[in-house]
Design a protein around this ligand. Structure first.
Ligand code: MN3
Length: 210
């Protein structure tokens, strides 16, 4: 664990220590280059803001989409040309803001399409290939729900719970990611279902006692 190594009090090992930290910081980024990144746009929802009531109120849906998701898109579009210019000039790239806002956009883009009104694509349990795969990998739909809920609730602070498809093993997995770290770009899992565990997704309607 390089993170717990104390640098010795001489220049050579101090330089090595600094180099290890720099390499680690760089390898954490899922954005390898800004060159081919394109500006983002806020997608329209495939249903009305009030379509998910009473489970999710129209007020939450409108704020979540038109304020929160819109802010990720706006900030990403502001940062992108600045960082592309910096990369072209060979400057050091501070990618934290770009990663965060691009991740927020990617995650919410998937999230809206995961939701549907009850009786109109939503509600019930999945059948077909997905239903069969869930039974194979989790035992039953209920056992999947239990594992998904337990792991998502266990996210410390803000983050996401995901059902992902692992191509290499042809199986489904439950995974969590902190903050706005996107699933596929950091684990290789194909995101099938994501639950936003940020307070802004539910706090107006569901008060949480902690
Ligand atoms: Mn959100």
């Amino acid at each position: 664990m390089p993170g717990v190594v104390e640098p010795h009090n001489n220049n050579k090992s101090h330089l090595m220590f600094t180099k290890i930290i720099r390499q680690q910081t760089r390898s954490v980024s899922y954005i390898k280059s800004t060159t081919n990144l394109k500006p983002a746009s806020l997608p329209s929802l495939p249903y009305a803001y009030d379509a998910l009531e009473p489970t999710i109120s129209a007020e939450i849906m409108e704020i979540h989409h038109s304020k929160h998701h819109n802010a990720y898109v706006t900030n990403y579009n502001l940062l992108l040309p600045q960082l592309q210019e910096a990369e072209k000039n060979g400057d050091d790239l501070a990618l934290g803001g770009l990663e965060f806002n691009l991740g927020g956009h990617i995650n919410h883009d998937i999230f809206w399409t995961n939701l549907a009104p009850a009786g109109n694509g939503g509600g019930g349990s999945p059948d077909g290939a997905l239903g069969a795969q869930i039974e194979k990998d989790f035992g039953s739909f209920q056992e999947f729900k239990d594992e998904f809920s337990a792991k998502s609730v266990g996210v410390q602070g803000s983050g996401w719970g995901w059902l992902g498809y692992d191509k290499s093993t042809n199986s489904l997995k439950v995974e969590t990611r902190p903050n706005q770290v996107p699933l596929e770009q950091t684990t290789g899992l194909i995101p099938l279902l994501g639950v936003d565990v940020w307070e802004h997704a539910y706090y107006l309607q569901y008060v949480v006692f902690q």
